[in-house]
Design a protein around this ligand. Structure first.
Ligand code: SAH
Length: 362
């Protein structure tokens, strides 16, 4: 038994490690990689079986008032053509998604002040009214608690807001001064207090990131106790200040997915588009390392290329139905099975706190 295997066993049993141990596990290259992934997969299967949940992603605006140095839709990128979907466009995406079996819709966008709280609430309640058996997820950045409360009352139940990095100095290297890590983290706690299922996460290999930073990320996440964890490799975008920085590492992203599965066994963990972009089989590898969600794109094909967070983003040409079929094959190929269900976090299911029709849908 190697030292790394002992660490992995300890993590699998205790769900935690010391900072030094985590650092050593994160930095251990390919050594015992298969063992780590097997343990994570066993844990995932003990809770979720082979089920993989779908999240229909609707990227409804690429306008953004923020200027994050890594992101292609930052307001400083004047080369990008901007678009917004109308309420009817968004409802049409949901209609197609519902037909394809999706029971969760994720509305994601830049921080676009054009969409007032009133408009967001109107869109959310229209979706909620038409598809009461579906979960509505928002991913529209940092807002006032009162805004989050209003979206919740309109029917949103989940919110994705990656903390990006928990280390203050590192955060400041990735964002302009007007943005702050404490505000972003406060948003996450506000969302939780309101009753949202909350997703957070980070980019792996963002410029200046150290292993110690990742350990800090993990500690922050243990405090937050998220229902969902979104991670993917940092990917270069040529029209950003980080155009000269290298992509993050596929291997480290996979290791981190496995570590998260062992530390947060109940979490919903997507195998992200960024993973599929950095390697053709990246999403399959993510599933085998412990991920249990895929997020096919439901945005109208005409606009997909314009939601360019990073270069070479995959799936920008396929119709929604093609994406569905492609993912179905990929998930099957990896040995898992897509289910058309809301797919609540298993922890919530234990509390009996599920969508009423969930049992009928799987
Ligand atoms: N405006 C929303 C949605 C942001 S886009 C918000 O603030 O949450 C969703 C995620 O894409 C971001 O949280 C970030 O982690 C990721 N992202 C942005 N640029 C990226 C890049 N260059 N490479 C990889 N991931 C990126």
């Amino acid at each position: 038994m190697t030292m790394k295997k002992e660490l992995i066993d300890k993590l699998a049993q205790a769900g935690n490690l010391t900072d030094e141990e985590l650092k050593s596990l994160l930095e251990s290259g390919d050594e015992d990689e298969d063992y780590l992934f097997q343990k994570a997969d066993a844990r995932r299967q003990s809770i979720y079986g082979k089920e993989v949940y779908l999240r229909g992603l609707i990227e409804f605006t690429n306008y953004c008032k923020n200027n994050c140095y890594y992101c292609g839709i930052r307001c400083g990128n004047t080369k990008l053509e901007r678009y917004r979907l109308t309420k009817d466009d968004i409802l049409a995406c949901c209609q197609e998604g519902y037909r394809l079996g999706y029971r969760t819709f994720v509305l994601q966008g830049g921080e676009d002040p054009f969409f007032t709280d009133e408009m967001i609430c109107d869109i959310v309640s229209a979706i909620h009214g038409s598809y009461p058996d579906c979960a509505i997820t928002l991913s529209i950045g940092e807002k006032e608690k009162s805004s989050y409360q209003a979206y919740f009352e309109a029917g949103a139940r989940r919110y994705l807001l990656r903390h990006e990095t928990a280390n203050e100095a590192h955060y400041r290297k990735l964002h302009p001064d007007v943005m702050s890590p404490t505000h972003r983290q406060q948003c996450l706690f506000d969302l939780k207090a309101i009753g949202y299922q909350v997703g957070t996460g980070l980019m792996v290999g963002s410029p200046f990131q150290t292993t110690e930073n990742i350990v800090e990320d993990i500690r922050f996440m243990q405090k937050l106790d998220p229902d969902m964890i979104g991670i993917g490799p940092f990917l270069t975008h040529l029209d950003t200040p980080f155009s000269k920085y290298e992509n993050g590492s596929l291997k480290l992203t996979l290791r981190l997915i496995a570590i998260f599965r062992l530390m947060f066994p109940y979490a919903l963990i997507p195998s992200t588009t960024a993973l599929g972009t950095i390697h053709p089989a990246g999403r399959e590898m993510g599933l085998k390392a412990g991920a249990n969600v895929v997020m096919p794109n439901l945005s109208p094909t005409d606009f997909r290329k314009l939601y360019s967070l990073y270069d070479n983003k995959i799936c920008t040409g396929d119709e929604a139905a093609e994406c569905r079929g492609c993912l179905e094959r990929r998930v099957k190929g990896a040995g898992y099975e897509i289910v058309n269900a809301v797919g609540d976090c298993a922890k919530l299911r234990l509390d009996g706190n599920t969508y009423p029709d969930e049992t009928k849908m799987s």
